[in-house]
Design a protein around this ligand. Structure first.
Ligand code: GUN
Length: 282
């Protein structure tokens, strides 16, 4: 069965849109999201444009800052300082990856904690690890948890293998799964005998960025497969999972596109709404 992130994200967005219009009537303000993109990485541009479009659909205000690739670190930090001080801005999203001359850590450190709608700051990641539901959670892993919940997939006692150990996906994903009662193994592309690990798992989360990496022989019958990958190849767009073949064996699987991606964007809006309410409704 397909885990339909597109449909679910539309439901979530409809709820947020309704809430936005009610809040506008009640307090005369709407959530505002600032989006910062450096350079013209085609994939990043597509993501950023879909976030901007989403803002206008939901009735959010968006503040897009498209800067040249060679913008200095100082200028980026100055922009973030201004956004931190701008009352109309409830969330600040700096699209990653950043150009090499910019220190990602410095940039994330600069974002005000209450505007960290990506959930990338150490405080938010620490709260996530501790199982605090009120922290701002990174959008991709939060969206995956939301999707599993919507399909009534219980993680208690499940063996979960997360392939990928990034700060954005793998590490927070593993912690959310641990807090949900799963037994979690975190692997990466160099893990020894990865096939042995994935083929024993009840749930496999793929987040390594290699097209069709997870093949049918690497999963067990009835496994739940979550594909975070978006890989552009000459033959087209593929996830990290060989969907065509793995889907014949799995019980649930997320398609690419239309699985995790739309959920990630929906969670960004949910986090921005949360930041807005934290700031405006006492
Ligand atoms: N690059 C890839 N995914 C993300 C994300 O969720 N947030 C940001 N800011 N950059 C990303």
């Amino acid at each position: 069965m397909r885990l339909d992130g597109k449909e679910l994200s539309q439901k979530l967005k409809a709820q947020i849109k309704e809430e936005t219009s009610q809040l506008k009537e009640r307090i005369g303000k709407v959530p505002g999201l600032a989006i910062v993109l450096l350079g013209d990485n085609p994939a990043s541009k597509i993501y950023v444009n879909s976030k901007i479009k989403g803002c206008s659909e939901l009735g959010f205000e968006s503040f897009a800052h498209f800067l040249p690739e060679d913008t200095s670190e100082e200028k980026v930090l100055e922009l973030i300082e201004n956004l931190n001080n701008d009352e109309r801005v409830n969330g600040i999203l700096v699209q990653l990856p950043l150009p090499k001359h910019i220190d990602e850590k410095k940039v994330i450190d600069k974002i005000a904690l209450e505007k960290d709608v990506d959930g990338f700051k150490p405080e938010n990641l620490g709260l996530l690890m501790l199982g605090d539901k009120n922290s701002m959670q990174p959008c991709t892993p939060a969206g995956i948890m939301e999707m599993l919940k919507a399909y009534s997939i219980d993680l208690i006692g499940k063996d979960v293998v997360v392939v990928g150990r990034s700060n954005i996906v793998g590490k927070p994903m593993a912690n959310l799964m641990i807090n949900a009662g799963a037994t979690v193994t975190v692997c990466n592309s160099k893990t020894k005998d990865l096939k042995k690990k994935t083929s024993e798992a009840d749930v496999v989360v793929m987040a390594i960025g290699q097209a069709k990496f997870l093949t049918e022989d690497m999963v067990k019958e009835g496994a739940i497969i979550v594909d975070v990958g978006i890989n552009r190849t000459e033959e087209g767009l593929f996830g990290d999972v060989d969907y065509e073949n793995v889907s014949k064996k799995s019980s649930y699987i997320t398609p690419v596109p239309g699985g995790v991606g739309p959920m990630t964007v929906a969670m960004l809006f949910a986090n921005t709404m949360r930041a807005f309410k934290n700031n405006n409704i006492k």
